[in-house]
Design a protein around this ligand. Structure first.
Ligand SMILES: [Mn+2]
Length: 346
């Protein structure tokens, strides 16, 4: 029996019904076959952390709407996410539109309570996965990643040294403060590293492009040993860059890794609906390809952020974000399948 029961598209067509992410059931509606869920997807309708154009608070709704036509089987990865994983939409986290820090605390508390028991505690349980519910946050601006990262890290039993981070973005998001604000969307990873949630020596930033404020913008990443792969490096040698991404994932050797995907790493020609656009980036196909290249990574939490529907054209950006979510879930489904295959062989 499939772990995720979808509405039958022949009875309830994809254009009918109440929108949830990819038509996954609402968390409270998940039947016994799917408990505890493997992934709780939730929206964070917050854009109080932006430094340029606001509007990403409408991202979760737009992505839910765009995700109705995301199907369940991946040709490229040869995996059916609904067969393998129990997936649910947990609704939206509470936000305080005038308060970044307060929002991050509220979202963290919400996310910590979602789905099955924390991974460390659930290790002895008899759940299909036996390691609890993983969290996928849909933004919102990038500041919300801190909350989902913190909740994930805590549910992992606060691993010392922090989680590995697979980061797709135009920007490094390691600016100490903007206008005196230390929790905005440009400062997420400096805070996450300072607070021990992320291990910078196991952080990969993919798709970085300029122009930057100054050369100093790169200093924090360089000094802390972050691996940076710019879009231009990818563009000049695609096979080599994909190999580098795959090798990075392999080197993690199953260690828990968090994936954060800022849609602005995609060229605004393909993803115009974003708040801090930067020209010359991944095509839609390339964006899916770089996520697929992480095959084998143990993704224990993720976010997809910075979709700004008011600037979107024909819903292209929200649609791409929905497909990026699918690709992230495929990575985890693949790991489950390969883990099951190994157990059978023994
Ligand atoms: Mn970002």
């Amino acid at each position: 029996m499939a772990r995720t029961i979808l509405p039958d598209a022949r009875r309830t067509p994809r254009f009918a019904g109440v929108c949830t992410f990819c038509r996954y059931p609402l968390l409270e509606a998940v039947g016994r076959e799917g408990r505890p869920v493997d992934w709780a997807l939730y929206g964070v309708p917050f854009d109080g952390g932006v430094t340029y154009r606001p509007g990403a608070r409408f991202g979760p709704r737009a992505i839910r709407e765009a995700s109705q036509y995301v199907k369940r089987y991946s040709i490229e990865q040869d995996v059916d996410v609904c067969e393998v994983l129990s997936l649910a939409d947990a609704g939206d986290a509470p936000v305080l539109p005038y308060d970044i820090k307060g929002t991050l605390e509220a979202v963290t508390a919400f996310a910590k309570g979602l789905g099955g028991a924390a991974i460390a505690k659930a290790a002895r349980g008899k759940a299909a996965r036996s390691d609890g519910t993983r969290l996928l946050a849909v933004g919102g601006d990038h500041s919300i990643a801190y909350a989902n990262l913190r909740a994930t890290w805590e549910r992992q039993g606060r691993p010392r040294g922090g989680l590995a981070l697979l980061h797709f973005d135009s920007h490094l998001d390691t600016v100490d403060a903007v206008w005196g604000e230390k929790w905005g969307h440009a400062s997420v990873f400096i805070r996450a590293i300072e607070d021990g949630l992320v291990d910078p020596s196991r952080m990969l930033s993919v798709g970085i492009k300029g122009p930057l404020n100054s050369k100093d913008d790169l200093a924090f990443a360089r000094e802390h040993g972050v691996t940076v792969l710019t879009y231009e490096q990818f563009h000049r040698g695609r096979a080599e860059a994909l190999g580098e991404i795959a090798a990075f994932a392999q080197r993690l050797d199953g260690a828990p890794a968090y994936l954060t995907f800022d849609i602005d790493c995609v060229d605004p020609a393909f993803a115009p609906g974003t708040g801090t656009p930067s020209v010359g980036g991944f095509t839609s196909a390339e964006a899916l390809g770089v996520v697929r290249a992480l095959r084998g990574a143990n993704v224990i939490g993720a976010d997809v952020v910075e979709v700004l529907p008011d600037r979107d054209v024909g819903g292209a950006t929200a649609l791409l974000a929905a497909h990026v979510i699918f690709e992230i879930l495929c990575l985890d489904a693949l790991r489950v399948v390969s883990g099951n295959a190994k157990r059978k062989r023994r």
